[in-house]
Ligand binder design. Structure first.
Ligand code: KG4
Ligand code: ZN
Length: 353
Protein backbone atom coordinates (compact mmCIF):
# COMPACT_ATOMS: atom_id res chain seq x y z
CA UNK A 1 0.00 0.00 0.00
CA UNK A 2 1.06 3.58 -0.69
CA UNK A 3 0.18 6.38 1.71
CA UNK A 4 0.51 10.16 1.45
CA UNK A 5 1.59 11.67 4.78
CA UNK A 6 1.23 15.32 5.78
CA UNK A 7 3.03 16.98 8.73
CA UNK A 8 2.17 20.50 9.95
CA UNK A 9 2.20 20.26 13.76
CA UNK A 10 4.97 22.79 14.38
CA UNK A 11 7.37 24.67 12.10
CA UNK A 12 7.98 22.15 9.33
CA UNK A 13 5.63 21.88 6.35
CA UNK A 14 6.16 18.35 5.07
CA UNK A 15 4.66 15.74 2.77
CA UNK A 16 5.85 12.28 1.76
CA UNK A 17 4.82 9.07 0.04
CA UNK A 18 5.68 5.81 1.72
CA UNK A 19 5.06 2.27 0.57
CA UNK A 20 4.42 -0.57 2.98
CA UNK A 21 4.80 -4.14 1.75
CA UNK A 22 2.77 -7.05 3.01
CA UNK A 23 5.77 -8.36 4.94
CA UNK A 24 5.69 -5.12 6.98
CA UNK A 25 8.74 -3.51 5.43
CA UNK A 26 8.65 0.09 4.26
CA UNK A 27 10.10 2.22 1.48
CA UNK A 28 10.19 6.00 1.21
CA UNK A 29 9.13 7.09 -2.28
CA UNK A 30 9.48 10.83 -1.60
CA UNK A 31 10.01 13.00 1.49
CA UNK A 32 9.74 16.77 1.11
CA UNK A 33 10.34 19.02 4.13
CA UNK A 34 10.15 22.81 4.16
CA UNK A 35 11.58 24.27 7.36
CA UNK A 36 10.23 27.61 8.58
CA UNK A 37 13.29 28.19 10.80
CA UNK A 38 14.25 31.46 9.08
CA UNK A 39 10.74 32.88 9.59
CA UNK A 40 10.88 32.27 13.35
CA UNK A 41 14.59 32.98 13.95
CA UNK A 42 14.11 36.65 14.79
CA UNK A 43 11.78 35.64 17.65
CA UNK A 44 14.03 32.95 19.16
CA UNK A 45 11.25 30.36 18.96
CA UNK A 46 8.20 29.25 16.98
CA UNK A 47 5.45 31.88 16.64
CA UNK A 48 2.14 29.96 16.17
CA UNK A 49 0.43 32.54 13.95
CA UNK A 50 3.43 32.83 11.62
CA UNK A 51 3.65 29.02 11.47
CA UNK A 52 -0.03 28.60 10.53
CA UNK A 53 0.18 31.16 7.72
CA UNK A 54 3.37 29.62 6.38
CA UNK A 55 1.73 26.15 6.31
CA UNK A 56 -1.25 27.52 4.32
CA UNK A 57 1.05 29.17 1.81
CA UNK A 58 3.35 26.18 1.29
CA UNK A 59 1.39 22.96 1.80
CA UNK A 60 -0.21 22.56 -1.67
CA UNK A 61 3.18 23.05 -3.31
CA UNK A 62 4.93 20.65 -0.94
CA UNK A 63 2.32 17.92 -1.56
CA UNK A 64 2.56 18.43 -5.33
CA UNK A 65 6.34 18.07 -5.05
CA UNK A 66 6.06 14.87 -3.01
CA UNK A 67 3.61 13.39 -5.56
CA UNK A 68 5.84 14.39 -8.49
CA UNK A 69 9.05 13.04 -6.93
CA UNK A 70 7.34 9.71 -6.27
CA UNK A 71 5.76 9.81 -9.75
CA UNK A 72 2.40 8.89 -8.27
CA UNK A 73 -1.22 10.03 -8.62
CA UNK A 74 -3.82 10.74 -5.92
CA UNK A 75 -6.07 8.16 -7.60
CA UNK A 76 -3.51 5.40 -7.03
CA UNK A 77 -3.07 6.11 -3.29
CA UNK A 78 -4.34 3.67 -0.67
CA UNK A 79 -4.84 6.30 2.01
CA UNK A 80 -4.14 9.85 3.15
CA UNK A 81 -2.54 10.47 6.54
CA UNK A 82 -2.08 13.74 8.41
CA UNK A 83 -0.73 14.54 11.84
CA UNK A 84 -3.91 15.47 13.76
CA UNK A 85 -2.08 16.33 17.00
CA UNK A 86 -0.51 17.10 19.37
CA UNK A 87 0.72 20.46 18.10
CA UNK A 88 -0.17 24.04 17.29
CA UNK A 89 -3.87 24.26 16.40
CA UNK A 90 -3.41 26.51 13.35
CA UNK A 91 -1.02 24.11 11.64
CA UNK A 92 -3.10 21.07 12.61
CA UNK A 93 -6.20 22.56 10.96
CA UNK A 94 -4.26 23.28 7.76
CA UNK A 95 -2.75 19.80 7.47
CA UNK A 96 -5.76 17.77 8.56
CA UNK A 97 -8.24 19.74 6.43
CA UNK A 98 -6.02 19.31 3.39
CA UNK A 99 -5.78 15.56 4.01
CA UNK A 100 -9.56 15.35 4.37
CA UNK A 101 -10.04 17.21 1.08
CA UNK A 102 -7.72 14.81 -0.78
CA UNK A 103 -9.32 11.78 0.91
CA UNK A 104 -12.87 12.94 0.17
CA UNK A 105 -12.31 13.97 -3.43
CA UNK A 106 -10.46 10.77 -4.33
CA UNK A 107 -12.49 8.38 -2.18
CA UNK A 108 -9.52 7.31 -0.01
CA UNK A 109 -9.46 6.43 3.68
CA UNK A 110 -8.30 9.13 6.10
CA UNK A 111 -5.70 8.34 8.77
CA UNK A 112 -5.57 10.91 11.57
CA UNK A 113 -2.13 10.22 12.99
CA UNK A 114 -0.77 11.12 16.41
CA UNK A 115 2.54 12.93 15.79
CA UNK A 116 4.19 11.19 18.76
CA UNK A 117 3.03 7.81 17.48
CA UNK A 118 4.67 8.64 14.16
CA UNK A 119 7.99 9.38 15.92
CA UNK A 120 7.54 6.17 17.89
CA UNK A 121 7.02 3.95 14.83
CA UNK A 122 9.76 5.45 12.60
CA UNK A 123 12.34 2.84 13.70
CA UNK A 124 10.13 0.18 12.11
CA UNK A 125 10.30 2.02 8.77
CA UNK A 126 14.06 2.62 8.90
CA UNK A 127 15.31 -0.44 10.77
CA UNK A 128 12.39 -2.87 10.94
CA UNK A 129 12.72 -2.82 14.74
CA UNK A 130 10.35 -5.38 16.27
CA UNK A 131 8.12 -4.63 19.29
CA UNK A 132 8.58 -4.03 22.17
CA UNK A 133 11.17 -1.27 22.33
CA UNK A 134 11.89 1.76 24.46
CA UNK A 135 11.68 5.18 22.82
CA UNK A 136 13.51 8.29 23.95
CA UNK A 137 11.88 11.22 22.17
CA UNK A 138 13.55 14.60 22.67
CA UNK A 139 12.70 17.54 20.42
CA UNK A 140 11.83 21.22 20.74
CA UNK A 141 8.26 20.37 21.72
CA UNK A 142 8.45 16.95 23.38
CA UNK A 143 10.50 14.97 25.88
CA UNK A 144 9.21 11.49 26.62
CA UNK A 145 10.32 7.99 27.49
CA UNK A 146 7.85 5.51 26.03
CA UNK A 147 7.32 1.80 26.02
CA UNK A 148 6.29 0.92 22.45
CA UNK A 149 4.47 -2.42 22.70
CA UNK A 150 2.59 -2.39 19.40
CA UNK A 151 0.74 -0.10 17.00
CA UNK A 152 -1.58 1.95 19.22
CA UNK A 153 -0.13 0.36 22.34
CA UNK A 154 2.14 2.80 24.19
CA UNK A 155 3.16 3.07 27.79
CA UNK A 156 4.33 6.49 28.94
CA UNK A 157 7.22 5.88 31.33
CA UNK A 158 8.27 9.49 31.76
CA UNK A 159 8.02 12.96 30.31
CA UNK A 160 8.82 16.55 31.03
CA UNK A 161 6.73 18.43 33.54
CA UNK A 162 7.77 21.79 32.05
CA UNK A 163 10.17 22.55 29.17
CA UNK A 164 11.21 20.05 26.49
CA UNK A 165 14.97 19.40 26.25
CA UNK A 166 15.26 21.11 22.86
CA UNK A 167 13.31 24.05 24.22
CA UNK A 168 15.79 24.32 27.12
CA UNK A 169 18.68 24.36 24.62
CA UNK A 170 16.85 27.03 22.59
CA UNK A 171 16.18 29.20 25.65
CA UNK A 172 19.80 28.85 26.79
CA UNK A 173 20.98 29.97 23.36
CA UNK A 174 18.59 32.91 23.39
CA UNK A 175 19.75 33.98 26.85
CA UNK A 176 23.38 33.85 25.73
CA UNK A 177 22.66 35.64 22.44
CA UNK A 178 23.65 32.69 20.25
CA UNK A 179 20.68 32.50 17.84
CA UNK A 180 18.02 29.96 16.87
CA UNK A 181 17.63 27.00 16.83
CA UNK A 182 19.86 26.86 19.84
CA UNK A 183 20.78 23.19 20.17
CA UNK A 184 23.56 22.98 17.60
CA UNK A 185 24.93 26.40 18.67
CA UNK A 186 25.07 25.49 22.36
CA UNK A 187 26.71 22.17 21.48
CA UNK A 188 29.37 23.95 19.41
CA UNK A 189 30.15 26.46 22.18
CA UNK A 190 30.26 23.66 24.75
CA UNK A 191 33.14 22.02 22.90
CA UNK A 192 35.52 24.79 24.01
CA UNK A 193 33.98 25.27 27.46
CA UNK A 194 34.65 24.04 30.99
CA UNK A 195 31.68 21.89 32.07
CA UNK A 196 32.76 22.05 35.73
CA UNK A 197 32.94 25.84 36.07
CA UNK A 198 29.28 26.37 37.03
CA UNK A 199 27.50 24.13 39.53
CA UNK A 200 24.09 23.80 37.90
CA UNK A 201 21.34 21.61 39.36
CA UNK A 202 20.38 18.16 38.03
CA UNK A 203 16.59 18.49 38.40
CA UNK A 204 14.61 15.31 39.24
CA UNK A 205 17.75 13.16 39.56
CA UNK A 206 17.18 10.27 41.90
CA UNK A 207 13.39 10.53 41.75
CA UNK A 208 11.41 7.34 41.46
CA UNK A 209 9.54 8.26 38.31
CA UNK A 210 11.26 8.86 34.96
CA UNK A 211 10.01 12.44 34.57
CA UNK A 212 12.09 15.45 33.52
CA UNK A 213 12.03 19.05 34.67
CA UNK A 214 14.22 21.62 32.95
CA UNK A 215 12.89 25.04 33.87
CA UNK A 216 14.89 25.16 37.14
CA UNK A 217 18.09 24.43 35.24
CA UNK A 218 17.32 27.28 32.87
CA UNK A 219 16.74 29.67 35.78
CA UNK A 220 19.96 28.58 37.52
CA UNK A 221 21.86 29.22 34.30
CA UNK A 222 20.34 32.70 33.98
CA UNK A 223 21.35 33.57 37.56
CA UNK A 224 24.94 32.41 36.95
CA UNK A 225 25.09 34.43 33.73
CA UNK A 226 23.75 37.55 35.46
CA UNK A 227 26.34 37.23 38.23
CA UNK A 228 29.29 37.47 35.81
CA UNK A 229 27.75 39.73 33.15
CA UNK A 230 29.05 41.13 30.78
CA UNK A 231 29.98 37.74 29.38
CA UNK A 232 33.27 37.05 27.64
CA UNK A 233 33.42 34.45 24.88
CA UNK A 234 34.95 31.98 27.34
CA UNK A 235 32.14 32.65 29.84
CA UNK A 236 29.56 31.75 27.16
CA UNK A 237 31.44 28.57 26.27
CA UNK A 238 31.71 27.56 29.94
CA UNK A 239 28.01 28.25 30.55
CA UNK A 240 27.10 26.14 27.49
CA UNK A 241 29.38 23.29 28.58
CA UNK A 242 28.03 23.34 32.14
CA UNK A 243 24.44 23.42 30.86
CA UNK A 244 24.98 20.57 28.40
CA UNK A 245 26.69 18.44 31.05
CA UNK A 246 23.75 18.99 33.41
CA UNK A 247 21.32 17.87 30.68
CA UNK A 248 23.47 14.84 29.89
CA UNK A 249 23.54 13.83 33.58
CA UNK A 250 19.77 14.23 33.83
CA UNK A 251 19.23 12.15 30.67
CA UNK A 252 21.44 9.33 32.02
CA UNK A 253 19.62 9.27 35.36
CA UNK A 254 16.10 9.46 33.91
CA UNK A 255 16.75 7.00 31.09
CA UNK A 256 18.37 4.41 33.35
CA UNK A 257 15.24 4.51 35.46
CA UNK A 258 13.02 4.46 32.36
CA UNK A 259 14.76 1.32 31.10
CA UNK A 260 14.32 -0.30 34.50
CA UNK A 261 10.60 0.58 34.44
CA UNK A 262 10.41 -0.86 30.92
CA UNK A 263 11.85 -4.18 32.12
CA UNK A 264 9.43 -4.32 35.04
CA UNK A 265 6.31 -3.29 33.14
CA UNK A 266 6.93 -4.47 29.57
CA UNK A 267 9.80 -6.96 29.46
CA UNK A 268 13.04 -7.18 27.52
CA UNK A 269 13.39 -4.38 24.97
CA UNK A 270 14.51 -5.19 21.43
CA UNK A 271 16.24 -1.78 21.35
CA UNK A 272 16.48 1.71 22.73
CA UNK A 273 15.25 3.97 19.93
CA UNK A 274 15.86 7.70 19.79
CA UNK A 275 13.90 10.37 17.93
CA UNK A 276 13.70 14.16 17.83
CA UNK A 277 16.23 16.85 16.96
CA UNK A 278 18.05 16.64 20.31
CA UNK A 279 19.32 13.16 19.42
CA UNK A 280 21.68 14.92 16.99
CA UNK A 281 23.68 16.14 20.03
CA UNK A 282 26.86 14.04 20.20
CA UNK A 283 27.20 14.19 24.00
CA UNK A 284 23.59 13.03 24.41
CA UNK A 285 23.97 10.42 21.67
CA UNK A 286 26.97 8.99 23.55
CA UNK A 287 24.99 8.48 26.76
CA UNK A 288 22.13 6.88 24.83
CA UNK A 289 24.60 4.28 23.53
CA UNK A 290 25.90 3.83 27.06
CA UNK A 291 22.50 3.33 28.67
CA UNK A 292 21.46 0.89 25.92
CA UNK A 293 24.69 -1.07 26.38
CA UNK A 294 24.22 -1.20 30.17
CA UNK A 295 20.89 -2.98 29.80
CA UNK A 296 22.19 -5.36 27.15
CA UNK A 297 20.45 -3.84 24.16
CA UNK A 298 21.52 -1.48 21.39
CA UNK A 299 20.64 2.01 20.26
CA UNK A 300 18.62 2.39 17.07
CA UNK A 301 18.98 5.92 15.75
CA UNK A 302 17.13 6.64 12.50
CA UNK A 303 18.97 9.06 10.18
CA UNK A 304 18.68 12.70 11.40
CA UNK A 305 16.23 13.67 8.63
CA UNK A 306 13.82 11.01 9.92
CA UNK A 307 14.43 11.81 13.62
CA UNK A 308 13.21 15.37 13.13
CA UNK A 309 9.72 16.23 11.91
CA UNK A 310 8.91 14.89 8.44
CA UNK A 311 6.05 13.57 6.32
CA UNK A 312 7.45 10.05 5.88
CA UNK A 313 6.91 9.22 9.55
CA UNK A 314 3.27 10.35 9.29
CA UNK A 315 2.73 8.31 6.12
CA UNK A 316 4.37 5.29 7.73
CA UNK A 317 2.26 5.51 10.91
CA UNK A 318 -0.79 5.83 8.63
CA UNK A 319 0.28 2.70 6.75
CA UNK A 320 0.80 0.73 9.96
CA UNK A 321 -2.68 1.76 11.10
CA UNK A 322 -4.35 1.08 7.75
CA UNK A 323 -2.79 -2.38 7.70
CA UNK A 324 -4.75 -3.03 10.90
CA UNK A 325 -7.94 -1.48 9.47
CA UNK A 326 -7.72 1.56 11.75
CA UNK A 327 -9.11 4.40 9.61
CA UNK A 328 -10.67 7.65 10.85
CA UNK A 329 -13.90 9.50 9.99
CA UNK A 330 -13.80 12.72 7.94
CA UNK A 331 -15.13 14.71 10.90
CA UNK A 332 -12.09 13.82 13.03
CA UNK A 333 -11.19 17.01 14.93
CA UNK A 334 -7.58 18.16 15.39
CA UNK A 335 -6.22 17.62 18.90
CA UNK A 336 -3.70 20.21 20.14
CA UNK A 337 -3.22 17.99 23.20
CA UNK A 338 -3.23 14.26 22.53
CA UNK A 339 -1.33 12.05 24.99
CA UNK A 340 -0.17 8.81 23.42
CA UNK A 341 -1.93 6.55 25.88
CA UNK A 342 -5.20 7.89 24.44
CA UNK A 343 -4.26 6.67 20.96
CA UNK A 344 -5.33 3.17 21.88
CA UNK A 345 -8.75 4.41 22.99
CA UNK A 346 -9.21 6.46 19.78
CA UNK A 347 -8.21 3.43 17.70
CA UNK A 348 -10.73 1.26 19.51
CA UNK A 349 -13.47 3.86 19.00
CA UNK A 350 -12.77 4.22 15.27
CA UNK A 351 -12.67 0.45 14.81
CA UNK A 352 -16.23 0.31 16.23
CA UNK A 353 -17.60 3.18 14.13
O1 KG4 B 1 12.66 17.36 16.23
P1 KG4 B 1 12.99 18.77 15.92
O2 KG4 B 1 13.72 19.08 14.63
O3 KG4 B 1 11.73 19.68 15.85
C1 KG4 B 1 10.72 19.74 16.81
O4 KG4 B 1 10.99 20.28 17.90
O5 KG4 B 1 9.63 19.29 16.50
O6 KG4 B 1 13.84 19.31 17.13
C2 KG4 B 1 14.32 20.62 17.15
C3 KG4 B 1 14.91 20.82 18.51
C4 KG4 B 1 15.30 22.27 18.74
O7 KG4 B 1 14.86 22.65 20.01
C5 KG4 B 1 16.80 22.23 18.64
O8 KG4 B 1 17.45 23.22 19.40
C6 KG4 B 1 17.11 20.84 19.15
O9 KG4 B 1 16.09 20.03 18.64
N1 KG4 B 1 18.43 20.38 18.67
C7 KG4 B 1 19.48 20.13 19.46
C8 KG4 B 1 20.56 19.84 18.60
N2 KG4 B 1 20.12 19.89 17.31
C9 KG4 B 1 18.80 20.23 17.37
N3 KG4 B 1 19.60 20.15 20.78
C10 KG4 B 1 20.80 19.85 21.29
N4 KG4 B 1 21.90 19.59 20.56
C11 KG4 B 1 21.83 19.56 19.20
N5 KG4 B 1 22.91 19.30 18.46
ZN1 ZN C 1 8.20 15.99 16.38
Amino acid sequence: MVILGIETTCDETAAALVERSEDGSGRIMSNVVLSQVSEHAAFGGVVPEIAARAHVEALDRIIAKAMAEAQYTFAALDGVAAAAGPGLIGGLIVGLTTAKAVALSHGKPLLAVNHLEAHALTARLTDGTPFPYCLFLASGGHTQILGVRGVGDYLRLGGTVDDAIGEAFDKTAKLLGLGYPGGPLVEKEAQSGDAKRFALPRPMSGRRDADFSLSGLKTALRLEAEKISPLSHQDVADLCASFQQAVVDVVIDRLRLGMRMFRDQVGTPTALVCAGGVAANQAIRKVLHRVAFEVGTSLVAPPPALCTDNGAMIAWAGAERLALGLTDPLDFAPRPRWPLDQVAKAAAASAQS
